[in-house]
Design a binder for this molecule. Structure first.
Ligand code: OGA
Ligand code: NI
Length: 372
């Protein structure tokens, strides 16, 4: 082979910068009629090999009806929520009090932003960590092993200096409305999760777990070669709790017993998952499990993720395993951490697709009796 036939050296950094400089995200590529997945998005074969298998047994992510939460059915709901948080880390909720019209308008609002004219949207495009409302494709573009087929509008709600006027006019009203309603649902879920641990109803809320939140409107464009990349790489959430609204396309998958299982779209439902901070606080009783979103020929897929995370609030509170849950036989597995520190580590690492590394950085060194 002559040197002319050798593949050109691949300047990944330049390709990433060129992509970022378009400020148009993955949708910009798709709108331009791209037929192949550019190299920056291609999942390396060793990552594909290490990514695991689909679940080979019948299993459904639990669906929990919250309809009776204020009545006699509460105890049963508490036990279902607790079981799902322990065993799966994910569940869907129905009859949760957020109206179907609100869910529909939220998905429409997410779509309306991403459908905005390219140059109007570019005004929001930034990687500035201080900006409360921003449009970015791949917040970890320059750190990740491969870019994901996804664009995102980030709205950091409830920060002390949020000016609602910063939210795009295309969805300001519904984002504010959705934020208020899903926060109320989130507080109910925190109450149920507290009770399922045998703690007072207000325990987690009183630890400021609902003090701040962000809303991420994800847009997963149709992908010409979905087998080559991912919509969202495997990760766990650096939140207390996450509540996801997905449209009817599907593709969200969760690790269960080391295999992937789909979270099927269910009209009117919301998907709930335990975040890393609740796993830390519950000393591994509740599990923050890895999940991912597949790229798809069909699209765009829209989803809206609501994260309880108070890192923008001026709290110096430290979080560690809850004392009431510890005993001589069940010692603390994690050190204490402020949410600011936890989140800063998460942002600086990006979603690198490795197992639980963020949470494990805070794990105390314990002797594993099984290995002695
Ligand atoms: C996330 C996430 C899932 C989805 O935002 O952390 O996992 O369906 N989203 O978009
Ligand atoms: Ni997630």
């Amino acid at each position: 082979m002559t040197s002319e036939e050798l593949p050109l050296p691949y300047d990944r950094c330049k390709d990433l910068e060129d992509f970022d400089n378009t400020k148009a995200g993955v949708k910009g590529l798709v709108d331009a009629g791209i037929q192949r997945v550019p190299r920056i998005f291609v999942r390396p074969p060793e990552d594909a090999d290490a990514d695991g298998q689909d679940l080979d047994m019948e299993f459904e992510i639990p669906v929990i009806d919250l309809g009776g939460v204020l009545g006699a059915g509460r105890l049963d709901i508490v036990s279902r929520v607790g079981a799902a948080a322990r065993d799966v880390g994910f569940f869907q909720v129905v009859n949760h009090g957020v109206g179907k019209d609100v869910l529909e308008r939220m998905l429409e609002g997410a779509r309306a932003f991403h459908d905005m004219e390219r140059y109007a949207k570019a005004e929001y495009y930034t990687r500035d960590l201080e900006r409360l409302v921003k449009f970015t494709s791949n917040f970890d573009l320059f750190k990740s092993r491969y870019a994901n087929w996804r664009d995102t509008l980030y709205c950091q709600m409830e920060a002390p200096d949020l000016d609602p006027g910063e939210l795009p006019a295309a969805n300001r009203e519904i984002v504010m409305d959705y934020s208020k309603r899903v926060k109320a649902l989130g507080i109910t879920l925190l109450e149920l999760l507290s009770e399922a641990l045998g703690l007072d109803r207000d325990y987690l809320k009183d630890l400021d777990c609902a003090m701040g939140h962000s809303i991420l409107c994800h847009y997963y464009p149709a992908c010409p070669e979905p087998h080559l990349t991912m919509g969202t790489i495997r990760h766990s959430d650096p939140s207390f709790l996450t509540i996801v609204l997905q449209d009817d396309i599907g593709g969200l998958e969760v690790m269960y017993r080391d295999q992937w299982v789909g979270v099927p779209p269910l009209p009117g439902a919301l998907v709930v998952n335990i975040g890393d901070l609740l796993q830390l606080m519950t000393n591994d009783i509740y599990v923050s499990v890895e999940h991912r979103v597949r790229a798809n020929h069909v699209g765009p897929r829209l989803s809206v993720a609501f994260f309880f995370n108070n890192h923008m609030m001026p709290s110096a509170r430290v979080y560690g395993p809850i004392k009431e849950l510890l005993s001589d036989d069940n010692p603390a597995l994690y050190k204490e951490v402020t949410v600011k520190e936890f989140s800063a580590r998460g942002f600086s690492r990006g979603l690198d697709g490795k197992r639980k590394t963020l949470l494990s950085q805070f794990r105390l060194q314990t002797i594993n009796v099984k290995n002695l």
